[in-house]
Design a protein around this ligand. Structure first.
Ligand SMILES: *Cc1c(COP(=O)(O)O)cnc(C)c1O
Length: 377
C-alpha cells in the first residue's frame, strides 16, 4: 500500500508476489504452458517495445545487445497497416528506420491479409532485409479488427519468426468463452501485451507482457547493474527490474490483484461480454437507421459509423461528421471520437461503460440528428 519500488525483491516483496499471481492468471487465460512468464509494465506502448527487444535479441542470430546492430543486414518487423503508432515508434527507437517497418495490407474488415506475408517477406529478403518478427493486432485501435493470429502463427513457424500479439485492447477476450475465438492461436504467440486499464476494469495504468517461454523474457535487457543484483547472470523472477525497462515501478499489480481476489476472472468475462455485446447491439441499430452508415460489422466494442443524411454528397460527409462531433463534445452529453478511414472521417465509439444501455445509444443518434437540424438546415 506504500507503493514501494519493484525493481528488486527486497524493496517490494509482497507486491512482487502479487504481480506474479496476476501474470500467472493472464498466462493461464491465454492458454500458455507452465513455462510462460512475464511481468507488468507501464503501458502497452512500453510493453510492445520491450517485447520487440526480446524478439531482436532472440532472433537476430548473434548477440546484438553486446555487439550493436550497426554492422549487420537491416532488420525489420512485419506489421499490419492498421497497427498502433507505438509499434512504428518502437521500431524507430530500435534504430531500424523506414525499412524496419514492413506494412502488410489489410482486408475489407481491416484484418491483416496473412496471405500477403509470404510475398512481403520475400520482397524484403531480395533487398537484403532480415525480417525477424511479425506483430498481430488483437485488436486494432481504429476499427477493433482482430488479425488472423493462427494463420500468422503458421507463417512465423515456417520461417522461425517471433510472433508478438499487440493485445493492449483486445487480448482480454481470452477471459471470455464467448469471445475467445477472436484470438484463436494466441497461445502460439511468443509474446503478448495486454492492458488491464483498457478492457479489464483496472485504473490506469497497468499492462501485462507475457512470454510463452518465460526464460526469453530475460533476453530483453542483458545488461549488468551489480549494485542492484548480486548475480547478473541468474534468471531471478523476483528481481523484476532485470526484465522491465523501469527501475522504480508503480505497484500496479495490486489494483488487478484486488479485482481478482474480490471477484475472480468471472468479473472480467461478464464485463467483456457486456461491452462486446453492446457493440453488436449498436451495429444493429445503425444498420436499421437509413440516415446512418456502419463502416463494418464490429468484432469488438469499437464501432465506426457516419451520419449520412439524404441529399448529401460523399465529398461533404467528412466535414459534416467532423462538425457534428465538435458540437456533440461542446454539448457535453456524449463523448465520442473520430477516426480517419481511408481518408474519410468516421465517428467512433468505444463502449467501455457497462452501464451504457440501448436507450443511451439511441439517444446519441437522436442527438446527432438534432445537431444536424440546428446547424445544417
Ligand atoms: C491502447 C493501445 C496501445 C497503447 O497502449 P498504452 O497502454 O496506451 O501505452 C497499443 N496498441 C493498441 C492496439 C492499443 O489499443
Amino acid at each position: 500500500m506504500m507503493n514501494a519500488g519493484l525493481g528488486v525483491y527486497e524493496m517490494g516483496s509482497p507486491l512482487i508476489a502479487l504481480e506474479k499471481i496476476v501474470v500467472q492468471e493472464v498466462a493461464r487465460a491465454l492458454g500458455y504452458p507452465a513455462s510462460a512468464d512475464g511481468m507488468l509494465t507501464s503501458g502497452g506502448s512500453l510493453g510492445n517495445l520491450t517485447a520487440l527487444l526480446a524478439a531482436r535479441q532472440t532472433r537476430a542470430g548473434y548477440d546484438i545487445w553486446q555487439e550493436g546492430s550497426l554492422q549487420t543486414a537491416p532488420l525489420a518487423v512485419m506489421v499490419s497497416e492498421e497497427s498502433h503508432y507505438c509499434v512504428e515508434r518502437a521500431i524507430r527507437i530500435l534504430g531500424w528506420g523506414d525499412k524496419g517497418l514492413i506494412k502488410v495490407p489489410v482486408d475489407a474488415a481491416f484484418r491483416m491479409r496473412a496471405d500477403q506475408l509470404e510475398a512481403k517477406f520475400q520482397e524484403a529478403r531480395d533487398q537484403g532485409i532480415r525480417v525477424l518478427a511479425v506483430v498481430a493486432n488483437a485488436c486494432s485501435t481504429a476499427t477493433g479488427s482482430y488479425d488472423p493470429i493462427a494463420e500468422m502463427a503458421d507463417f512465423c513457424e515456417k520461417y522461425n519468426l517471433w510472433l508478438h500479439v499487440d493485445g493492449a485492447h483486445g487480448a482480454a477476450v481470452a477471459f471470455s468463452s464467448q469471445y475467445r475465438p477472436l484470438v484463436t492461436g494466441i497461445e502460439r504467440a511468443d509474446s503478448v501485451v495486454l492492458d488491464f486499464h483498457k478492457m479489464l476494469l483496472t485504473p490506469a495504468l497497468s499492462t501485462a507482457l507475457i512470454f510463452k517461454q518465460g526464460n526469453l523474457s530475460y533476453q530483453t535487457f542483458a545488461q549488468q547493474a551489480s549494485y542492484l543484483w548480486a548475480d547478473d547472470q541468474q534468471a531471478e523472477w523476483y528481481n523484476l527490474g532485470k526484465r522491465t525497462f523501469e527501475c522504480t515501478k508503480v505497484a500496479m499489480g495490486l489494483r488487478t490483484y484486488v479485482l481478482l481476489k474480490a471477484y475472480g476472472p468471472a468479473l472480467w468475462e461478464q464485463y467483456i461480454d457486456r461491452c462486446y455485446d453492446l457493440g453488436q447491439v449498436f451495429a444493429q441499430i445503425l444498420r436499421e437507421s437509413p440516415d446512418f452508415t456502419l463502416l463494418l460489422n464490429p468484432m469488438a466494442n469499437i464501432v465506426c459509423f457516419r451520419y449520412t443524411p439524404q441529399g448529401w454528397q460523399d465529398s461533404g460527409l467528412s466535414a459534416l461528421n467532423h462538425q457534428i462531433r465538435q458540437h456533440l463534445l461542446e454539448s457535453g452529453d456524449f463523448y465520442i471520437v473520430q477516426t480517419q478511414i481511408q481518408g474519410a472521417i468516421y465517428l467512433r465509439v468505444t463502449l467501455l461503460n457497462p452501464f451504457t444501455k440501448t436507450e443511451d445509444l439511441l439517444a446519441l443518434l437522436t442527438k446527432i440528428r438534432t445537431i444536424h437540424q440546428k446547424y445544417h438546415s
